[in-house]
Write a new protein. Structure first.
Length: 173
């Protein structure tokens, strides 16, 4: 097993929208934009973070665009070959963010309804983390290539290219 140190540097702003496992409070609709955006942050021990599972999924989806063995892509090899991404909660640098308010369609309602969504957004951002991988399946070049592809084609966070948006694109260093 080997470890590679990765820095993702944002090319477009990063926007996040945490799914609240505990559900929204009863008075949620009366909250102001700042309070709503704060509610949608990923926070661990007082720090704004990106969960490593979001980065892992982005990396694996980026493998679709990288040739693996034979005619297959690198996607399933990445899923098997990535042992760990550390830390579990990756700090977003810098920590300061702004509120992004825009209209969106809520497909959970019948019929779908247009609503205003308030989310935290970083115009300049980066993520620093380490990836442990199995050398019998992957090498550092393949991981960087998959992440580079993911940064261009998939993105990370809300309203990213994978979801027909324009946020969350990045470069790898």
């Amino acid at each position: 097993m080997k470890t590679v140190r990765i820095v993702l540097k944002g090319l477009t702003p990063l926007m996040v929208h945490r799914y609240p496992l505990e559900g929204a409070p009863a008075d949620f609709k009366q909250w102001d934009a700042l309070k709503v955006a704060t509610f949608h942050l990923y926070v661990h021990e007082g720090t704004n973070v990106m969960p490593n599972e979001n980065v892992r999924k982005c990396l694996i989806e980026g493998g679709k665009f990288v040739k693996g063995k034979g005619k297959s892509s690198l996607m399933t090899t990445l899923a098997a070959g990535i042992r760990n991404i550390d830390p579990w909660f990756i700090p977003i640098t810098p920590q300061a963010w702004i509120v992004d308010s825009r209209s969106a369609v809520n497909n959970m309602m019948r019929p779908p309804a247009r609503i205003v969504v308030h989310r935290p957004k970083w115009n300049d951002w980066s993520l620093l983390f380490k990836i442990d991988y199995y050398v019998v399946l992957l090498n550092e070049k393949q991981i960087v290539e998959a992440l580079t592809s993911a940064g261009r084609n998939i993105g990370i966070g809300s309203f990213r290219p994978r979801k027909l948006g324009m946020f969350g694109q990045f470069e790898v260093s």
